[in-house]
Every structure is written in C-alpha cells, then in structure tokens.
Design a protein around this ligand. Structure first.
Ligand SMILES: *Cc1c(COP(=O)(O)O)cnc(C)c1O
Length: 445
C-alpha cells in the first residue's frame, strides 16, 4: 500500500537500475519518440514525498508528476472515494445521463475560486482542453476574435494552446500552422526586466503594445498564468496582474487566469490570484485538482460561461465520475490537512535554504516562487547569462542521487521544485542537501 510507503530515500541499484533499463528498451521500441522522459526510471508505487521505482529505489519527489499530486500520491481519501465510485459506475457521459459528482465539483469550484459574483463551471479532461474552452467562452461572450498571451507562457500542446504557448522547442517546432488571431505581449519578469520597472509600468508596456498592435475592440481575452510554470516560474512584479485586470474590465476583454499549475494550494493560497487579490473573469484549473486523476475546469462569471449555446461545450469524458470523486476528496484533504499552510511553510523552508546557497554561489542568479512552487535560475558566474548546460548537469546528477527534480524556462536554465505538500520536512531538507552537494560538485571553476 502506497499509504504505508516508508518515507526514506534509499538507493539499492545505480540509477537507472537494471529493470528500468530493460523497460526503457521496451518503451523506445513501443512508444512514440516524441514523448520524452525526465528521469529514466519506471515507477512502482508512490506516496507522501517518495516515488519507489521497479528496482526498489526510493526517490525523493520534488516534482509531484508536474504539480499534480500536490496532496500526495494515492492520497487515502482519493483512493477511498475512487474505489467507491468505480464500484458504482465508471461512466455514463454527463451529457447523456448526468450524475451528482460533476455538479458537486462545479458547486465547489464556484464557491472556492476568487470573487463572490455568480459563477458557473464546466469540466474537461486536461489543462489544454480547458484553456481552449475558456477562449471559446470569451469569444462567444464578447463576439470578438483576438487573444493575447504573454512571453514565456505555456498553455498546452493542442493547436490553439500551442499558438498561445511562447516557446518554440520543444512545444511548437514543426507543428504549424498555428491558430490565427493569437498575439503576444511582454511579461513582467523582474529578474530580467530593467530593475527600475515596477509592476504597473510593466503592465503599461504590455497594454501599450496590445492597444497598438491588436486594439481592444478586437480583443476577446487575455490569457495569463499568475505565476508562469514551464516558462520559468516567473513571478510578475506586484501590481502587474491587478493593472491588467483593470484594463480588461474597462475594455470588455475577458481576463483568463490559467491556474493549471498554480492552483489548489500549491503556492500557499488556494489560487495564486489571491496573493494580489486578483479576481479573474474566468479561471482555468487542472493538474492538482483531482489527486492524479485527469480533470480540468473552467470557472467564471455566470454571464460569460453561459454565453455559448447548449451543446457548444462538453466532451465524452469531461467530468468523468472517478475524476469528480477524486476532486471532492482532494479538496477535503486540502482542508482537513491544512495544506495551504503547509505549502507556505514549505516555501519558507525552501526559500531560506536557497537564499543561503545563493549568497555564496553567483551561479544562482535568482531564487523565486511562492509556497511549494520554487525555482532557481542558473547563470554563468557573475553574469545574468543563462546556463542551460549547468542546469541540465545539476538535474542529471541530482537524479542519480535519487532526487526527482525538473527543469524549465525559456532559456532552459531554471531548476524547479514542486514537492508534494505531503512531503516531510526531513525529506525536503535532504532533497535540498542533495541539491547543494550536486551544485557544489558540478562544474564550479
Ligand atoms: C500543464 C499546463 C497546461 C496544460 O495542461 P495539460 O493537462 O497538460 O493539457 C496549461 N497551462 C499551464 C499553466 C500548465 O502548467
């Protein structure tokens, strides 16, 4: 049982071990090469802060399956709720014969997302699918076409969300033509912006470009991650998001917050918008919503979400009953285990340690993030020039020590940490020790 998985790192073979090497050969022969692998070990079970591989190695999890298993893998309430649901029924299609779980998830999302206005929700299978549907809703509501996304943005891998995503490799290269009427605006990126630029000035820069190049009268929606994920855990300067919301409201532009990665307690608030009292018109959620089961949602102002005609939104599996049961159990777990406060404490512990590391290692250009969504941006010693080679080397060395860590960033030079909120302080500290040792041992001249 994963719930009883011992919470200790233990390496019993090299990484990868012989069984993972064998399975990787089968993967290469059977699975599309386009599906990459961060760490060449195959999972056997997982829980708390540990992923155990098929060779018996217990790895410290600083990834949560990309911010998904925030409440822990196979969290007990999720296991129990899904088991009960799977025995009752697995699928009827909500559009054919509906069921209570979907309605209960919609009610919960309407209640817990920012803002006390009247809301509606609609459920989907993936973050990208939900982002696409948020854009459909904004277009139906405003009767306008254009959509603005930001530099360093990541919104998914479908055609429209590829267009919204900023980075060419690996997400877009060779996969065009992309959806039309998507425009890009400059992000607030405090580490790389002019030091004198505050959030309001960064917003003014973006708005000026949008007005000149698109025009508010053509613009249906602005889509933004309140803290960027794949783009490098970029936290915009304070004031940036509120100024954008204000401009959207004044110009009949729908403000869509993509909280797919930042949602469900990850950043030390239920949603990252709350850190700046931002109330989005539409909020897109997925990843951490259902303890590992595939579910996504668009929640927002009733008059907007109700704009599309009946039959215009939906999908065969959207709001699958197992995923809905898991989502309700996930919310209950966040509440019962005080995981919002836990995320804040994880953030304090990580930021403190990483700032101390940064103090005597000028290759750590920036330490940033909120709660359990923390990153370091690595640069060439004494400069701000990105160092993707160092980043890759540190990540690979950490993997060999049994620490699951991910990289990200437009320049590929960001190590990102997304531990499950169920991780112990001991594992968290051990993971940070491993990182410190790995950094010290890697390419320091
Ligand atoms: C992961 C992610 C998506 C895409 O979600 P999928 O479930 O992979 O389709 C969209 N937006 C953000 C911010 C993400 O992190």
């Amino acid at each position: 049982m994963s719930a009883d998985l011992p919470q200790h790192r233990e390496l019993v073979t090299a990484i990868p071990g012989p069984r993972s090497i064998e399975l990787m050969e089968r993967k290469t022969a059977a699975v599309a090469q386009g599906v990459g692998t961060t760490m060449p070990v195959f999972a056997a079970e997982a829980g708390g802060g540990i992923v155990k591989d098929i060779d018996g190695n217990s790895l410290i999890d600083f990834g949560s399956g990309i911010a998904v298993t925030s409440i822990g893998n196979s969290a007990p309430r999720v296991v129990e709720a899904v088991r009960a649901q799977v025995e009752a029924f697995t699928h009827t299609c909500f559009m054919v014969t509906p069921y209570e779980g979907y309605v209960a998830v919609a009610e919960a999302l309407n209640a817990i997302t920012p803002g006390d206005h009247l809301k509606r929700s609609v459920l989907f299978n993936s973050g990208a699918e939900a982002v696409e549907n948020a854009v459909k809703i904004a277009r139906a509501y405003t009767k306008k076409d254009a959509v603005v996304a930001f530099d360093h943005a990541y919104h998914g891998r479908t055609n429209l969300t590829m267009a919204l995503t900023a980075k060419n490799m690996p997400y877009k290269d060779g996969f065009g033509p992309f959806a039309p009427e998507v425009y890009r605006a400059p992000m607030s990126y405090p580490y790389r912006d002019d030091k004198a630029m505050d959030g309001e000035q960064a917003a003014a820069r973006a708005i000026d470009q949008i007005e000149k190049q698109v025009g508010a009268s053509n613009l249906a929606a602005l889509v933004i991650e309140p803290i960027q994920g794949e783009g490098g855990f970029v936290v915009p300067a304070p004031g940036f998001l509120p100024a954008l919301v204000e401009w959207c409201t004044a110009n009949n532009v729908v403000f869509i917050a993509d909280e797919v990665q930042t949602g469900f307690a990850r950043t030390g608030a239920l949603f990252a918008c709350e850190h700046e009292d931002v109330v989005p018109d539409l909020i897109v959620t997925a990843k951490g919503i259902a303890g590992g089961l595939p579910l996504a949602a668009v929640t927002g102002r009733a008059e907007m979400v109700d704009a599309p005609h009946a039959g215009g939104l939906g999908g065969t599996y959207g709001g699958n009953p197992l995923a809905c049961a898991a989502a309700l159990a996930t919310l209950e777990t966040i509440r019962a285990e005080n995981l919002i406060e836990r995320a804040q404490d994880i953030g304090t512990l990580m930021l403190d340690r990483l700032h101390r590391l940064q103090a005597d290692d000028s290759r750590i250009g920036d330490v940033r993030g909120r709660g359990a969504m923390i990153a370091v941006e690595l640069v060439k010693k004494g400069t701000t020039d990105p160092d993707p080679d160092l980043t890759k080397a540190v990540a690979t060395a950490a993997h060999q020590q049994g620490l699951i860590v991910l990289t990200c960033g437009t320049y590929g030079n960001v190590l990102r940490f997304l531990p499950p909120l169920a991780i112990s302080d001991e594992l968290l500290t051990e993971g940070l020790d491993l990182l410190a040792e790995t950094l010290a041992a890697t390419g320091r001249s």
